[in-house]
Design a protein around this ligand. Sequence first.
Ligand code: URA
Length: 188
Amino acid sequence: MDLETLQAKCLTCQRCPLWETRQHVVFGQGVPDAEVLFVGEGPGQNEDQQGLPFVGRSGQLLDKYLFAIDLDRSKNCYIANIVKCRPPQNRDPLPAESEACMPWLREQFRILRPKIVVCLGRIAAQRMIRPDFSVTKEHGVFVDKGGVAFMGTFHPAALLRQPQNKPLAFGDFAALRDKIGQVCTHTY
Ligand code: URA
């Protein structure tokens, strides 16, 4: 199955109650041969309205970080979320919602076969790396899982609230650029 076929299926998903309040399913965005996969938490209001990930203020910040290391969602990476539908009032996704939605991300992962996965924020890092992952303590550290390099960093929305962490996040993206140079074949 390719990503487009998977997306078409995902767009009618009713596996958890979030479908009832969504405007759009936010499946993901990027190139089909991406070697670097970014995973956020879930759509906010702007994403829900547009059907695309990270298009609000935090998305603009993410795009700046991507640009700084020559990544671009339309050229050489892919952006997805743990949950594809907006949790009301932007609350954290409930464990049952994440659980119900994870098969979509797993299938995206299987199709893309990324070399590197970057988890944006605690919710994604705790799902994808370790249930007790601490972004404060472990951001920017790559861990190998089955030949794929996983890293967690600050969620862009958290950086908007706590701009003092922006240099740390920038360091994580610099480490990402180095890692891409080491393990990716056609990202740069
Ligand atoms: N925050 C997320 O975690 N994901 C988005 O797509 C937008 C904001």
